[in-house]
Ligand binder design. Structure first.
Ligand SMILES: NC(=O)c1ccc[n+]([C@@H]2O[C@H](COP(=O)([O-])OP(=O)(O)OC[C@H]3O[C@@H](n4cnc5c(N)ncnc54)[C@H](O)[C@@H]3O)[C@@H](O)[C@H]2O)c1
Ligand SMILES: O=c1ccn([C@@H]2O[C@H](COP(=O)(O)OP(=O)(O)O[C@H]3O[C@H](CO)[C@@H](O)[C@H](O)[C@H]3O)[C@@H](O)[C@H]2O)c(=O)[nH]1
Length: 334
């Protein structure tokens, strides 16, 4: 396998890259570095390009001798997509179409795509299965669902081997604490809680305190980037030409925002000042994955996705390295 990871300098992508490299796989990264960090990957395996530049992508596929693509490049904020729908359709959907055309031009027929739990309808009070109703509530979810439709067409029409991995909430960090989540404008719950617990932020805002959940805060299914990386490799190996597959990736367990807050306080031994703010537009109350399909078909078992492990990993990363580390230095992956 010679794998190109689009968005591979980002949070999930660079965790996949490092996992693949540890397995001795020839992996390369294409990223425009709008959010990703050169320091998260090996310098001589990084090409800086925009996925919407079809000719540039085709040239990289050719030069690197690529036969598999893991496609993670995207704009990722659910709330931002509501105020910038054009940006999200452009990068996430038109960008994916551009990548697929570059792949077709170069005869690259295998792709694993980062989809999302945001494609599902809202209102489930049980774990969500892949065949449950689809009804994205935001441009982010819709822009990702459109790519799943594209992949279905490319599998049927051109014999592509396509897999959509619907991640729930990616979290955690590398086990050695040297790489982790480092978005320039962080909006995710776990890094914000951890930064507050470490004393680097004044406190933490809980978005909505009257959701229809036991403690009134939203419930999410957090899954470790280490477990996600393992699932990607399994999906790449299982993909079949002409077939489009979809898998949920989550821990299968729901954790509320207040429970995350309490766990961060317990791990650090520090109280985190918090206040309830209005609910965030586009948020569902509860998102929990039914992962039966990934477990049975991919043989995948999440091993690092319990709340305690995720928070300990995130605290180790943010406490010793964090965003400043990527912005200030250039280190290569091991
Ligand atoms: N983080 C989560 O909880 C989560 C959940 C579900 C799905 N996903 C999906 O997983 C993927 C990775 O998410 P992440 O959290 O690592 O985000 P990230 O922002 O860290 O990574 C995305 C990467 O894509 C790059 N990128 C953006 N636009 C690009 C373009 N036009 N051309 C080339 N590169 C571009 C960015 O520089 C960045 O490195 C995304 O597709 C996201 O939608 C993430
Ligand atoms: O300061 C904060 C940040 C978040 N939250 C809440 O925490 C939960 C999780 O939010 P966040 O970490 O921002 O993740 P999501 O909005 O659930 O989105 C993530 O998970 C989706 C799938 O579940 C993916 O599609 C997205 O790319 C990914 O960002 C939500 O209820 C938020 O309202 C807070 O209460 N306070």
């Amino acid at each position: 396998m010679r794998i190109l990871l689009t968005g591979g300098a980002g949070y999930v992508g660079s965790a996949c890259f490092r996992h693949f490299r540890r397995q001795g796989i020839e992996a390369f990264v294409l990223d425009d570095l709008s959010e990703g960090h050169a320091g998260a990957v090996e310098a001589d395996r990084l090409d800086v390009a925009d996925i919407r530049d079809t000719d540039a992508v085709a040239a990289i596929l050719r030069r690197r001798g690529i036969d598999h693509v893991v496609h993670l490049a995207a704009l990722i904020s659910v709330p931002d997509s509501i105020t910038d729908p054009a940006g999200y359709w452009s990068v996430n959907t038109a960008g994916s179409m551009s990548l697929l055309e570059a792949m077709r031009a170069e005869g690259v027929g295998r792709i694993v795509f980062s989809s999302t739990a945001a494609v599902y309808a809202h209102g489930f009070d049980r774990p969500i299965r892949e065949d449950d109703p689809i009804a994205p509530a935001t441009p982010y979810g819709a822009s990702k669902l459109a790519v799943e439709h594209l992949l279905e067409g490319y599998a049927t029409g051109y014999g592509m081997a396509a897999t959509a991995l619907r991640y729930f909430n990616a979290a955690g960090a590398d086990l050695d604490g040297r790489h982790g989540e480092a978005h320039r404008r962080e909006s995710h719950a776990i890094p914000l809680v951890v930064e507050a617990a470490l004393g680097n932020r004044a406190g933490f805002d809980v978005y909505g305190g009257e959701w229809d959940t036991p403690d009134g805060s939203c419930i999410r299914d957090f899954v470790s980037v280490i477990d996600l990386a393992d699932a990607h490799l399994r999906a790449l190996k299982r993909a079949r030409p002409g077939v489009m597959a979809r898998y949920n990736l989550g821990s299968g367990t729901g954790t509320s925002v207040r429970e995350i807050l309490a766990a961060a306080e317990a791990v650090t031994g520090r109280p985190v000042p918090s206040q309830v703010k209005p609910a965030r537009p586009g948020d569902p109350a509860r998102l929990i994955a039914d992962t039966t399909r990934a477990r049975t078909e991919l043989g995948w078992t999440p091993r690092h996705s319990d709340a305690q492990s995720l928070l300990s990993a995130a605290i180790a990363w943010h406490g010793s390295y964090g965003l400043d580390h990527y912005l200030g230095t250039r280190i290569a992956a091991e």
